[in-house]
Design a protein around this ligand. Structure first.
Ligand code: NDP
Length: 331
């Protein structure tokens, strides 16, 4: 039954393209109805991802007004028609989708997982999207092997800390970048062997070459984008892989592919949803992620749990490079 579901809810609307000021907290948003293949989740905690700032700021065009937010956890209050993979009202779930900055979200059941016993709900929501991003990239973007040197930019960020931990766990050697001493400490605690403060270091390329005995790295994982791309081409070794997966400093400008030729560089621009497009892919990776969290006792860093009303501050903190790990909000 859906009788307990109200007509309106608290949430945040991005009313136009712009800075954090376009994010408006509302108490009168319509509660969405679960469509075909969807479930309706009453959120307990929702996540913030850097991509939210791209939709808000217009780097990724999307219609406005819009409810941002790509992940959350809570319980299912209604199940739509069609294939919903056995999910039931009352299930405690973690999800990836859209429309997260709100009390209720209608989410494709394909990307909804029950939270296993033994994983706290906030850890589940802090892990799913960013953990799957890191896990799929170290498998599929570049199938990383023990002993390989990898460069991870923004290593103390949400995805960055996951990359550090997962790469370390498989025996790869992580060189990370971050913009201050506290972030450098955090990335090292999470498995980075060498760290470079790229806000101070004049010659990142020379430092990476030093750490790798002049060889360069097998793979670069770069969510920073514009500011780091040219250096990435210089530090990746012959036949190595450059995984460019984000634009925190801006979009990588168009470039000539002949730059890849001298070292036969593989260049990849993945998005996590492309690796978990089927239910089987999603459940296989999600179950593995949950297993890793429990067995390897991963340290899932939560920067802070904010109130939904403080959403403008959340975006300012994230874009102001003030955060480490995952940002969450309570609707
Ligand atoms: P982070 O927590 O990593 O925050 C972004 C970090 O980027 C900052 O903390 C900062 O770290 C660094 N940074 C470097 N230059 C700038 C700049 N000019 N302005 C702001 N920050 C800068 O965010 P997420 O973990 O949410 O995301 C990390 C990246 O991964 C993003 O680019 C995001 O879009 C991408 N992503 C891509 C996915 C995909 O499917 N392709 C999925 C998930 C995330 P520091 O201060 O140390 O430089």
């Amino acid at each position: 039954s859906t009788t307990a579901i109200p007509e309106t809810m608290k949430g945040v609307l991005a009313v136009a393209v712009g800075g954090p000021e376009v994010l408006e907290y509302r108490t009168d948003l319509p509660v969405p109805k679960p469509g075909n293949g969807q479930v309706l989740v009453k959120n307990t905690t929702v996540g913030i991802n850097y991509i939210d700032t791209y939709f808000r700021g217009g780097i990724y065009p999307s219609p406005k007004p819009e409810v941002l937010g790509r992940d959350g956890e809570g319980h299912i209050v209604a199940v739509g028609e069609g294939e919903t993979y056995g999910l039931k009202q009352g299930d405690r779930v973690v999800w990836m989708g859209s429309g997260g900055y709100a009390e209720y979200s209608a989410i494709s059941a394909l990307h909804v997982a029950r939270i296993p016993e033994g994983i706290p709900d906030t850890i589940a929501v802090a892990s799913l999207l960013q953990g799957l991003t890191a896990l799929t990239m170290i498998r599929e973007s570049h199938n990383t092997k023990p002993g390989e040197f990898c460069l991870v930019h923004a290593a103390a960020g949400g995805v960055g800390l996951w990359l550090c931990q997962l790469l370390k766990a498989l025996g790869a050697r992580v060189i990370g970048t971050a913009s201050n001493a506290a972030k450098i400490e955090e990335a090292k605690r999470n498995g980075a062997e060498f760290m470079i403060d790229y806000s101070q270091e004049k010659d990142l390329v020379a430092r990476v070459m030093e750490f790798t005995n002049g060889q360069g790295v097998e793979a670069v994982f770069d969510g920073v984008g514009k500011d780091t791309f040219e250096d990435d081409l210089k530090v990746v070794k012959r036949k190595g892989t450059l995984v460019s997966f984000g634009n925190a400093s801006g979009v990588v400008p168009p470039f000539s592919i002949t730059k890849l030729a001298p070292k036969c560089i593989k260049l990849l621009r993945p998005q996590v949803f492309g690796y978990i497009a089927t239910r089987e892919e999603f459940t296989t990776y999600t179950e593995e992620l949950f297993r890793i969290i429990q067995q390897d006792k991963l340290d899932v860093k939560i920067h802070k749990i904010y109130e939904l009303q403080d959403v403008q501050t959340v975006h300012r903190d994230l874009e102001g490079r003030k955060t480490m790990g995952k940002l969450l909000m309570r609707p």
